[in-house]
Design a protein around this ligand. Sequence first.
Ligand code: PXP
Length: 256
Amino acid sequence: MLVELTLIKYRLLTFLIELMTRLSVNINKIALIRNSRGSNYPDLVQVAMDCEEFGAQGITVHPRPDQRHIRYSDIPALKDVVSTEFNIEGYPSEDFLDLVIKNKPHQCTLVPDEPGALTSDCGWDTITHKEKLKIVIARLHDAGIRVSLFIDPIADRLHAAKETGTDRIEFYTGSFAQDYGDHKQDAVDPFRYAAKICHELELGINAGHDLNLENLSFFKANVPELLEVSIGHAIVCDALYFGLKNTIQMYLKALT
Ligand code: PXP
């Protein structure tokens, strides 16, 4: 009887954890500050551990070809200390795939960034790139890594994403954030409809880009299926005023 009750409690707990939206903190901007002085200050590994201690449920890094923020050499040390979910995102070049497969994060988010892109500004055209993505995703799956595809909320592209074998998609929320000030319901509606399609296709839903304390709760309320958000720029900006611990707590609250 006691064993059964414990099992029920455990299942209920894992069910509730699956229902909540995880906050993954993107620490690229911290690396950018470190790199600006050429020393190891702030210490990225310490910041990642502190983010987790303050409540972050994941750490995201986005190494770019010019390594202007996260460097490839940062990844093994981060992998060793991140005790929540480690997510590496980026364009699937051979160098990037080698790095990811060697370090085996929990999740790899594939992004269609051109080398030198200032920041990610669109999702994959999964119709044009379906065959390439299929091959890359199979390699990542062989290494035991969950895959998410950065994507705009477009029905045809979601259907094609499903055919690539991806586990999840990450909605590119730049357009939502941009239009939020004018008419927030119109800004979020494409994502609400797209989330329904993802649900039918059994694709997990992540989201990221330009999410902040102003728009996050509204996005989550309209896309309740959201499994994870990865947020960098706004968290670092807010931390200047509120401190990192308070900021992370505020984002967690916005997701409840
Ligand atoms: N998701 C992806 C794929 C990104 O490229 C970025 C920016 O590096 C983010 C999420 C986070 O965006 P932001 O820094 O605007 O929170």
